[in-house]
Design a protein around this ligand. Structure first.
Ligand code: BGC
Length: 559
């Protein structure tokens, strides 16, 4: 009874105040401002309607300035409602119960870089906040000043979506008892710095705020059917590209976009072939290049050309140097690869009781930025030992094209020069290791010294079991290739790349800090083949332990 009584008094006093206000303003002019056409007025938050010309007003959180509409519909909830300011000029009868003010309409707009994004009826970009939970906003007070929530009068507000938008709109009650619109249960906001339709200045701000993009939130599928992207790999002598990188990439990308076409090329380590293949991919309409260069510096020309055509570039496994046009870099911590190789070799030489051992260093291709990093990592272990006279770097080679045959020649030269006295071989990958081992066998060495490698090629894993090669570095290519496929798809479909992809990591390529995904390499010897390569199903026991290797497998319990 008391409540009812209060409500009646309140309603009467509000009406009086409103009547006074109308008279003072010379009639119902604001009512005309609240356009009955559902879309325009509906999309504007109540606070923005109070001062339609300035965006600052739109940025004002409802909590700070309750609107007349709210006061009228929730008379008993707050104390501010009875203050005279509430009934200020805009509180016209039309504003008190306008059908339009209770409506919200979501539309779709095309953004040049972001693709289809969700906007209000005025075309103002809408955002979601990563810290929110479904149906719960965590953006209040100061946050809500910068990110005004999209509010409607109450939970019964009419919500509509423009044609083609398949997600669901909803309304939640905020901590300040205002009502916020949600999209697929995520609270919606505008950004105070977006001053006109078409702006999306808040996208990815602090990695926490994101526009509602087509694929992310169930809008119509992006218009990409039949689109092309390109996977451009450098060589085929190293097994990984055809046995792992390519199949893993293709499987993942097809899963993401069944209708898409993947242009694939492998340059067989020929720098000129590579450049023409990469260029052809652009000419043939690839919308994203996933490019593993033969020559890290020469590839800049392609990246720049791609950018000029609006085609994003992912530097895959090897960085593209000195180009301002690389969107992402996906690889391993390559300096770490070199450190792991060198440290394993030194540990084994120590175990063998070698004092000041004499080693040969067979590095990778001088045009591959990775080869430089592997060497740098290895030398960070070797150099102090050389200085301390605990190690002799007897011979050092850079191996053009990473060619196993070249590596064999280099090792042959070293053996001749050193009278076959070699205590250990640092080989940068399994291919060069195979060349070095072949040279040592051909030279008639009875016991082979420890040899390093990289890539966990099947033949190398088997050599390790047999004792011909000491170690390899296992790089989980599946996550590398799949991350590249996901990124390629996101760039292709113009979906916002989640901040978790790179976690803020960048690598400088001489011209820019390239957002980077860097995975961790693992040193593998006989003792941990099972826990790494086999565990990850990189190679199965059946693949490794063929008849020839059955007894070696038994020794390390690979059965
Ligand atoms: C890759 C290695 C590979 C080498 C030769 C490097 O860039 O990271 O995994 O063995 O190239 O292709």
């Amino acid at each position: 009874m008391l409540k009812l009584h209060k409500a009646v008094i309140l309603t009467i006093s509000l009406m009086v105040i409103l009547l006074l206000a109308i008279t003072a303003c010379g009639g119902a002019q604001p009512a005309a401002k609240i356009t009955p056409a559902p879309t325009k007025a509906a999309a504007t938050p109540a606070a923005a309607q109070a001062t339609p010309t300035t965006v600052k007003a739109a940025a004002t959180p409802v909590a700070a300035k309750p609107t007349a509409t709210q006061v009228a519909t929730k008379p008993t909830t707050t104390t501010t409602e009875t203050k005279p300011t509430v009934a200020a000029p805009k509180a016209t009868p039309a504003a008190l119960k306008p059908a339009a003010a209770e409506e919200f309409m979501a539309q779709m707009a095309k953004d040049k870089t972001l693709g289809d994004i969700l906007t209000d009826a005025k075309g103002m970009t809408l955002y979601t906040f990563k810290n929110d939970k479904p149906n719960e906003s965590t953006c209040d007070a100061a946050c809500a000043k910068t990110w005004p929530p999209v509010v409607v009068a109450d939970e019964k507000a009419k919500l509509t979506t423009a044609a083609g938008i398949t997600g669901k709109l909803g309304v939640i009650e905020r901590k300040d008892h205002s009502y916020q619109v949600t999209y697929n249960e995520m609270p919606l906001y505008r950004y105070a710095e977006d001053t006109k339709p078409g702006e999306a200045k808040g996208e990815n701000l602090n990695g926490l705020w994101h526009v509602v993009s087509s694929s992310a939130m169930g809008l119509t599928e992006p218009t990409m059917a039949g689109g092309k992207i390109a996977l451009l790999l450098p060589e085929s002598k190293t097994a990984r590209y055809e046995t792992a990188d390519r199949p893993y990439f293709e499987a993942k990308f097809k899963e993401l976009c069944a209708d898409c076409e993947i242009i694939y090329n492998n340059a067989n380590q020929d720098a000129n072939t590579k450049l023409s293949q990469d260029e052809a991919a652009l000419t043939n309409g690839a919308k994203v290049l996933v490019l593993d260069p033969v020559d890290s510096a020469a590839a800049a020309v392609i990246a720049n050309k791609a950018k000029a055509q609006g085609v994003p570039v992912i530097a895959y496994d090897r960085l593209i140097l000195n180009s301002p046009s690389v969107n992402y870099y996906i690889s391993f911590d390559n300096k770490k690869v070199g450190e792991l190789q060198a440290q394993s070799l030194m540990d084994e030489l120590n175990k063998l009781g070698k004092k000041n051992p004499q080693i040969v260093m067979i590095n990778g291709s001088p045009t591959d930025n990775n080869a430089k990093l592997f060497k740098e990592g290895a030398l960070s272990v070797f150099d102090p030992l050389v200085k301390a006279k605990k190690l002799t770097l007897a011979k050092e080679y850079d191996t053009p094209d990473w060619s196993p045959d070249q590596a064999q020649n280099e090792m042959q030269q070293a053996l001749t020069a050193l009278g076959n006295k070699v205590d250990g071989v640092y080989a940068a990958n399994d291919g060069t290791a195979s060349g070095a081992i072949a040279a040592m066998k051909a030279a008639g060495l009875k016991t082979l010294p420890p040899v390093t490698g990289q890539d966990a090629e099947l033949a190398a894993v088997q050599r390790i079991l047999e004792g011909e090669q000491y170690m390899t570095v296992y790089k989980a290519i599946k996550p590398e290739a799949e991350a590249a496929a996901q990124l390629a798809y996101d760039l292709f479909s113009k979906t916002t790349v989640p901040a978790t992809m790179t976690e803020g990591k960048t690598v400088n390529n001489g011209k820019m800090d390239v957002p980077s995904v860097l995975l961790a390499p693992v040193a593998v010897t006989k003792s941990n083949i099972k826990d790494t390569i086999v565990k990850d199903k990189f190679w199965t026991v059946e693949q490794i332990c063929t008849t020839e290797y059955a007894s070696a497998c038994k020794v390390v319990k690979l059965e």
